[in-house]
Design a protein around this ligand. Structure first.
Ligand code: SAH
Ligand code: SF4
Ligand code: F3S
Length: 471
């Protein structure tokens, strides 16, 4: 039994983690033959990609997968802690599972992901959700086979959650959701400790993957026919700092570009670490997509300081303009939090002004959610729920206006689209993403799935474009 401890999670210094090749103990191969798993993923792309690895691991154990949790022998929830509603969703699901388990006592139930790293969550599980078979943390999910099998053999709740980073695993089996685009981890964890954010506690300190391993993975994906890779990390711009003297995201992007893979994206970028060299490299290579996710969080310097974001509105705008001027056709998206403790109407107006200045192409907006254990949780949350909702509503109105205006500028123009499949909404139409990361539905006589094609934009909507394939 290992229980999570935020104090340890917070104080860990750079650990001497080893690189280890994942290998399943032969005796466990197909141990669960003919068993079905329902794997539910909450949260960000990092969790989505972890789930692709978890799927790979479980397949070696013999599992197949089902979309119906009532038919499953194993239910595994890969959870997210970022906001309270992510918690509520997972606990809501646990309520339904508890009901199912009363009629299916052999059902195995496991929790992994970021919520598993939280003391409050694990304490609640140990008090009120003892029907769960195992809890496994983000730092040791590679040990899933052992924890799962132990929980089955011993018939009692296993909690295996390490607060400190463990070894860095390579060659973990993977079952990717797409055959066209793929996620590639480049850096784990986060050292930024923005005051509202739980990620540094649930994902540990920054650990970069060796460049050779990343480049090998990209080359292999290209050989397998993948068209796009997204380099993943909570703050990809910190890549290399813990591992190399003069090899950063700029050099990595350049080396990945040279593999010749058609499209490269990366996320997420913290404005603080964005260097001029990175901007130059993005501008130089056609296969690095001109679309950057650059979370700003707030337009008020006072709030940014309280958030611990380490940049001012002015510095952000300078960076923004540098990107727009240097990278042809560059689109920029962002994340914004409203209702951070003490945010005044004036602070909020500054956020609206920043949105007006940046005219974002896409954005994710959130109401501040207090996370236990983070520094901001100690600040007085003095804004009413109604006020927070009003601010979100006003913000979204403003954001949406620019999404539409930007999209309207593309009508009549030709855009390059990586086609992902047949549109789930309209029969006979295809959908894909432009180089600038805009969703487009379009008509084509020919089957173009998996190809990069030219499409003429015929109509602009707020969150997508319509078009027809260009001859
Ligand atoms: N590493 C990324 C963000 C990851 S979390 C970055 O720093 O850019 C994704 C987004 O969730 C954040 O950008 C932020 O806008 C939002 N978020 C994080 N913690 C939150 C909280 N406690 N309440 C509301 N939104 C939050
Ligand atoms: Fe959270 Fe800040 Fe790290 Fe992003 S950079 S994951 S918001 S602590
Ligand atoms: Fe959620 Fe963890 Fe990602 S908290 S947003 S799943 S890193």
């Amino acid at each position: 039994m290992h229980l999570p401890d935020f104090k340890v999670a917070k104080t860990t210094t750079k650990s001497d983690y080893k690189k280890v090749n994942y290998q399943l103990d032969k005796k466990y191969q197909n141990y669960f033959a003919n068993k079905k798993c329902y794997l539910k993923t909450y949260g960000c792309q990092m969790n989505e990609h972890d789930s692709e690895n978890i799927k790979g691991i479980l397949e070696e154990l013999g599992f197949t997968f089902t979309d119906n949790y009532e038919k499953a022998d194993l239910i595994l929830l890969n959870t997210c802690s970022i906001r309270e509603n992510a918690h509520n969703k997972a606990f809501g699901m646990l309520g339904r599972i508890k009901h199912l388990k009363s009629s299916k006592p052999n059902l195995i139930v496991g929790i992994c992901g970021c919520m598993a790293q939280e003391e409050v969550v694990v304490n609640t599980i140990m008090e009120k959700y003892r029907f769960i078979n195992f809890v496994i943390g983000t730092h040791n999910f590679y040990d899933l086979p052992n924890v799962l099998i132990k929980s089955v053999k011993e018939h009692k709740l296993q909690v295996e959650v390490y607060s400190r980073e463990q070894d860095l695993f390579e060659h973990v089996p993977v079952d990717r959701a797409s055959k066209i685009k793929a996620y590639v981890n480049i850096i784990y964890g986060c050292d930024k400790f923005c005051t509202y954010c739980i990620v540094p506690y649930t994902r540990g300190r920054q650990r970069s993957r060796a460049k050779e391993d990343i480049l090998d993975e990209v080359r292999k994906l290209k050989e397998e026919g993948y068209k796009e890779v997204t380099l993943l990390g909570q703050n990809v711009n910190a890549y290399g700092k813990d591992l190399y003297k003069d090899y950063s995201l700029a050099e990595l992007l350049e080396d990945v570009a040279k593999t010749g893979i058609d499209r490269i994206r990366f996320m997420t970028s913290h404005p603080w670490d964005f260097t001029d060299k990175m901007i130059e490299v993005i501008a130089k290579y056609d296969n690095i997509m001109p679309s950057i996710h650059l979370p700003v969080q707030s337009g008020s310097n006072r709030v940014l300081k309280l958030m611990g974001r380490r940049y001012t509105k002015e510095q952000y705008l300078t960076l923004y303009h540098k990107m727009k001027e240097t990278i042809p056709n560059c689109t920029i998206s962002t994340d914004i939090i409203v209702g951070f403790p003490t945010e005044t109407e004036e602070d909020f107006k500054e956020t609206l002004d920043l949105v007006k200045a940046c005219k974002y192409d896409n954005a994710f907006s959130f109401i501040y959610s207090k996370r236990v254990g983070t520094p901001a949780a100690k600040l007085k949350d003095d804004i009413t729920k109604e006020e927070k909702e009003n601010r979100l509503y006003t913000l979204n109105d403003e954001l949406n206006r620019y999404f539409l205006l930007n999209n309207q500028k593309l009508v009549g123009k030709k855009v390059k689209v990586l086609v992902e499949g047949l549109s789930p909404k309209k029969r006979g139409e295809y959908y894909g993403y432009t180089d600038t990361n805009k969703l487009i539905n379009f008509t084509s006589e020919e089957d173009v799935v998996g190809k990069i094609v030219s499409v003429v934009v015929t109509e602009a909507k707020t969150w997508s474009l319509d078009g027809k394939i260009s001859e």
